[in-house]
Design a protein around this ligand. Structure first.
Ligand code: ASP
Ligand code: MG
Length: 458
């Protein structure tokens, strides 16, 4: 069985919904269809909630626009014989949503569980519409089988229980049934309250279902032709990557490719279920295929990605008082506090240590290191750590990157020749990527340069 996920733009307009209908109805046999909220709706649901919480009366016109958008779509895509039933159902959901906003406006507060309930209406409504629109469609309610637990204040999927619940939910799926599932939304395992899997989480819903049911493939239908060798807004010559491995796709996502929600890859990777990235607006395009093995015809380097808003935290060590344990202590201290470190090399670990982190974590990282090394700093063994901001991390992603020192040097050399200073880099740190930390302003220029260097022969 296949699991297909359609994102917000795919279910956002009458035209795109017609394309979804055609794609789904061409599938022989049964399938699971996971849908996002209508494009842009989740943002709207949130901004309207914020207006209501400030008792700004404009929330009412926003609510009215949300209502009209849904009713208008129903009018145009739902078959005549189901129109009344679907209109009644969605109107009831819209009324419930409105009552939520009224409550928020009255109390002038927006507790997290209320906001979670409010944003859940996006997928609740889109799934009702899509289920009515496609032949043999049947709507399921994902909070019945996707459960979350609290983890350091965040909701994360409780995968074991979820796995069992999914298997049961789809045990009796009909031979031609198209099971339509709202993405993103879930339920707290203890309280039963509505939760969600985080922004962009519908992809993850698809992955959890595909993994639990041992699906033959997880198809992510979106509005681009697939993973690309670079961000096409910066690099016009960017190419579609026909095939990549799970690890490579994870690395590209970690470094800024916005094709899939990063947690999505893990559950299907674990079960070795291929992922296909396909375009609802160009359904005949081959897309990108993600599997566990490299193929003979694969590009050597799959893509160049850039992650913005990076900072470097570094400190100098008094060479006479060097201590090999400093590096490990710093890493431990940072990761103990949940800081994600972008691995860069420390060419002179006896003289200087540096760590690349997201800019949002930079002040905290500085404090953590200052506390960890307070005794050494006060004795003058090491200098107080320094912060360099406004940096970007460029990543070359591919296979065997650890052994591509000639390529790494060639890229570094070209950057320097253009006057782009490499603040730090990671030759040989990872099998899947080589990272260059550079001035954020230079990042588009560097991306173009590296892309043409690597992909000109294709
Ligand atoms: N509708 C949710 C969002 O916009 C989930 C998703 O589309 O994946 O974040
Ligand atoms: Mg998405």
């Amino acid at each position: 069985m296949k699991v297909l996920k359609f994102g917000g733009t795919s279910v956002g307009t009458v035209e795109s919904l017609r394309s979804v209908k055609q794609i789904v109805e061409e599938i022989p046999g049964n399938a699971i269809i996971v849908v996002s909220a209508l494009g842009g709706l989740t943002d709207k649901l949130i901004s309207t909630a914020q207006l209501a919480s400030m008792a700004n009366p404009n929330w009412k016109s926003e609510m009215e626009a949300i209502r009209q958008r849904h009713l208008n779509i129903i009018e145009q895509v739902v078959p005549e014989e189901l129109k009344e039933e679907v209109t009644t159902k969605v109107s009831r959901q819209l009324d419930a949503l409105e009552r939520n906003y009224e409550g928020v406006a009255l109390l002038r507060t927006l507790p997290e569980n209320t906001l979670d309930n409010i944003v859940s209406f996006g997928e609740r409504m889109s799934s009702v519409i899509v289920a009515a629109m496609v032949e043999n469609g049947k709507r399921y309610f994902s909070p019945d089988f996707i459960v979350t637990e609290k983890w350091y204040g965040k909701n994360i999927a409780e995968t074991k229980k979820t796995d069992n619940l999914i298997s049961k939910a789809f045990e009796n799926i009909g031979p031609n049934e198209k099971a339509v599932v709202p993405g993103f939304i879930s339920k707290d395992i203890l309280t039963g309250e509505i939760t969600n899997l985080g922004r962009g989480g519908s992809d993850y819903t698809g992955a959890l279902i595909a993994a639990a049911l041992d699906a033959e493939v997880l198809e992510i239908w979106t509005d681009v032709d697939g993973f690309m060798t670079a961000d096409p807004r910066v690099v016009k010559e960017a190419l579609i990557i026909p095939h990549l491995t799970f690890t490579e796709s994870m690395e590209l996502c970690n470094f800024g490719a916005k094709v899939v929600y990063p947690p999505t890859i893990f559950p299907v990777f674990h079960k070795n279920i291929p992922i296909k990235i396909l375009n609802t607006f160009n359904p005949k395009a081959p897309g990108s295929l993600i599997t566990d093995q490299t193929l003979e015809e694969d590009f050597d380097v799959k893509g160049v990605s850039s992650l913005k808003d990076v900072a470097l935290v570094s400190f100098e060590i008094n060479p006479e008082l060097k201590n090999p344990s400093y590096h490990k202590r710093a890493l431990n201290a940072l990761s103990k506090h949940g800081i994600r470190i972008i691995p860069v090399a420390n060419p002179n670990p006896d003289l200087e240590l540096c760590f690349a982190v997201a800019a949002t974590d930079s002040d905290r990282s500085l404090n953590i290191l200052q506390t960890e090394f307070a005794p050494e700093i006060s004795k003058g063994y090491i200098q107080s750590p320094l912060l360099k901001r406004n940096l970007a991390a460029l990543a070359l992603v591919g296979k065997n990157m650890r052994n591509k020192s000639a390529l790494a040097a060639r890229v570094g050399h070209s950057l320097r020749r253009k006057g782009i200073i490499v603040e730090a880099y990671s030759p040989g740190n990872s099998d899947t990527s080589i990272i260059y930390i550079i001035d954020q302003e230079k990042s588009p220029e560097a991306l173009l340069l590296i892309h043409s260097l690597i992909f000109k022969e294709h």
